[in-house]
Ligand binder design. Structure first.
Ligand code: PLP
Length: 442
C-alpha cells in the first residue's frame, strides 16, 4: 500500500508489509510450518547471526507467519516493532525480564490480572526481582516508591474486577522524569485505547483474548513504541547500556538503533536474548488463528462495547442488583479518566453485585442459559464467572475485599450475540438468583 492508513479497521486487515505471499501470491497469510530457513551462503549465515543483516534463522526466534501478526499488532498499537510469544503470561514475564535482573525492582499497579499477581509475587520474587505495588487511584503513589533500582512501571489499562482505567499519561510522565519506562497490559482494551499515544513505552497483550477473539488460541505480544530513550540514563537501564556477554559484548541501547535505524532495542533484545534462551515461541498455527481474529477486532470491540453499554443500562434498573461496576460507573474522578482514555467504547466487561450475596451469585451463574460459565475473557460468546466461588475461593473476606471481589460479585464479558438475547438471559437468571436454593433452579 502506498498511502499510510491509520484507521484500526484497515490496519487490522492490511497492516504490516504483507500483501500476498511472494512465491504463490496467496492472499490469506500462509502458515509457514518450518523450523528453519536455508542460508544463501556462509556469509549470509554469519551476517544473520551477527545481526549485520536481518532475516529468518530458526522458528524459535522468528517465523514469517508470526512476522505478519507482529507487524499488524505493532501498527494497531502505534508502535514500531512487536514480538509475539506463546501466551500473554510470557509477554508479561518477558516485559519484566527484559529490563530487570536480581536486585532490581518494578513498581506495578495493584489492579492486575490474578495470573500477573501470581507471576510477580511468587515467581519473579524468587528470581530476586522485587515488585512494589502502587494504588493507581493516585498516580503519585508510583513516584513515592522509586529508588535507584527501579527499572519500570507496570499497569493494566482496563483491569477487572474494579474496571477502573489506569492513569497512563500521569504515570508515564512521572516515569519519564526518572527515565523509567511504563509497560502497559492492554489486553482488555485493544482499539479503544492506544497506551502509546499517552506515553507508554511498551504495550503487551494476551492475544488469547480480544485480539484473537474467538477462544481458539493462546498467544501474547510485546510492542516496542520506539519512543523511549534507553540510553539517556545508563545507570537506570543497565541491560541496555552495559556490554552483553551473551551476544559478543553488544550494547543493545546503542547497537539496535545503529543496525536497524529504529529505536527498538527492547523488542530486539526480547527476541534475540529471551526467546533464544527461554524458548517460549508462538507456533505459526496459533499465529494464523490470531490473525483471523485480528482482522475483525475493530468491528468486534465496537460491538462488544455497544452491547456492554446497553447491558449496564439494563442492570442499573434491575431489582436484584445492588451495584453495577463499569469503567464509567465510578465516582467522577475515575469516570473522567475512563472518558479520557477510552475512545469509541467504554469496554466490554461489566461487574455486578447481587442483592442475595454469595448464594445469589451461584444461583445466577447456574441459571444462565446462553452465557458460558468460563474463566476467560474476550470471546465472541458472552461469558460469566462468580469469582468468590471459583477463581478467588481460596481468599478470606479481607483478601477478597482487597482484590475488589465481594461475595456476590459476578464478572460478565459481554459477547456479540443480539442484545435482546443477552438481556433476556441475564434477566431470567437474575430473577432466579434470589429464589430458593440451588437445587430448585431449573
Ligand atoms: N493479561 C491479562 C489482562 C489477562 O486477562 C490474561 C489472561 O487472562 C493474561 C494477561 C495472560 O494471558 P494468557 O492467558 O494468554 O497467558
Amino acid at each position: 500500500m502506498t498511502k499510510k492508513r491509520n484507521n484500526p479497521e484497515t490496519i487490522a486487515i492490511h497492516g504490516g508489509d504483507y500483501r500476498s505471499d511472494p512465491t504463490t501470491n496467496a492472499v490469506a497469510v500462509p502458515i509457514y510450518r518450518t523450523t528453519s530457513y536455508q542460508f544463501h551462503s556462509t556469509e549470509h549465515a554469519a551476517n544473520l547471526f551477527a545481526l549485520k543483516e536481518f532475516g529468518n534463522i530458526y522458528t524459535r526466534i522468528m517465523n514469517p507467519t508470526n512476522d505478519v501478526l507482529e507487524k499488524r499488532v505493532a501498527a494497531l498499537e502505534g508502535g514500531l516493532s512487536c514480538l509475539t510469544v506463546s501466551s500473554g503470561q510470557t509477554a508479561s514475564t518477558f516485559s519484566i525480564l527484559n529490563v530487570a535482573q536480581a536486585g532490581d525492582n518494578i513498581i506495578s499497579s495493584t489492579d492486575l490480572y490474578g495470573g500477573t499477581v501470581s507471576l510477580f509475587t511468587h515467581t519473579l520474587s524468587k528470581l530476586g526481582i522485587e515488585i512494589r505495588y502502587a494504588d493507581p487511584a493516585n498516580p503519585q503513589n508510583f513516584e513515592k516508591m522509586i529508588d535507584d533500582k527501579t527499572r519500570a512501571f507496570y499497569g493494566e489499562t482496563l483491569p477487572n474486577p474494579y474496571l477502573r482505567v489506569f492513569p497512563i499519561q500521569e504515570v508515564s510522565d512521572i516515569g519519564r522524569k526518572y527515565n523509567i519506562p511504563l509497560i502497559m497490559d492492554n489486553t482488555a482494551s485493544p482499539v479503544i485505547c492506544k497506551p502509546i499515544e499517552y506515553g507508554a513505552a511498551i504495550v503487551i497483550h494476551s492475544l488469547t483474548k480480544y485480539i484473537g477473539g474467538h477462544g481458539t488460541a493462546v498467544a501474547g505480544s510485546i510492542v516496542d513504541s520506539g519512543n523511549f530513550d534507553w540510553t539517556a540514563d545508563p545507570k537506570r537501564q543497565p541491560l541496555f547500556n552495559e556490554p552483553d556477554a551473551s551476544y559478543g559484548g553488544v550494547i543493545w541501547g546503542k547497537a539496535v538503533p545503529e543496525l536497524t535505524g529504529a529505536n527498538v532495542p527492547f523488542a530486539v533484545r526480547a527476541r534475540v536474548c529471551l526467546l533464544r534462551d527461554l524458548g517460549s515461541a508462538l507456533s505459526p498455527d496459533n499465529a494464523f488463528a490470531i490473525i483471523q481474529g485480528l482482522e475483525t477486532v475493530a468491528l468486534r470491540m465496537k460491538q462488544h462495547c455497544n452491547n456492554a453499554e446497553k447491558v449496564v443500562n439494563f442492570l442499573k434498573k434491575h431489582k436484584e442488583i445492588t451495584k453495577v461496576i463499569y469503567s464509567t460507573e465510578h465516582d467522577k474522578h475515575l469516570a473522567d479518566r475512563a472518558k479520557k482514555y477510552l475512545k469509541n467504547g467504554n469496554g466490554p466487561m461489566v461487574g455486578i453485585e447481587l442483592k442475595g450475596g454469595i448464594e445469589a451469585g451461584k444461583r445466577f451463574i447456574e441459571s444462565l442459559k446462553m452465557f458460558y460459565h468460563v474463566a476467560n475473557i474476550g470471546d465472541v460468546r458472552s461469558l460469566a464467572i462468580h469469582p468468590a466461588s471459583t477463581t478467588h475461593s481460596q481468599l478470606n473476606d479481607e483478601e477478597l475485599a482487597a482484590s475488589g471481589v465481594t461475595q456476590s460479585y459476578v464478572r460478565l464479558c459481554i459477547g456479540l450475540e443480539h442484545i435482546d438475547d443477552i438481556i433476556e438471559d441475564l434477566d431470567q437468571a437474575l430473577n432466579k438468583s434470589s429464589k430458593g436454593n440451588l437445587k430448585a433452579v431449573s
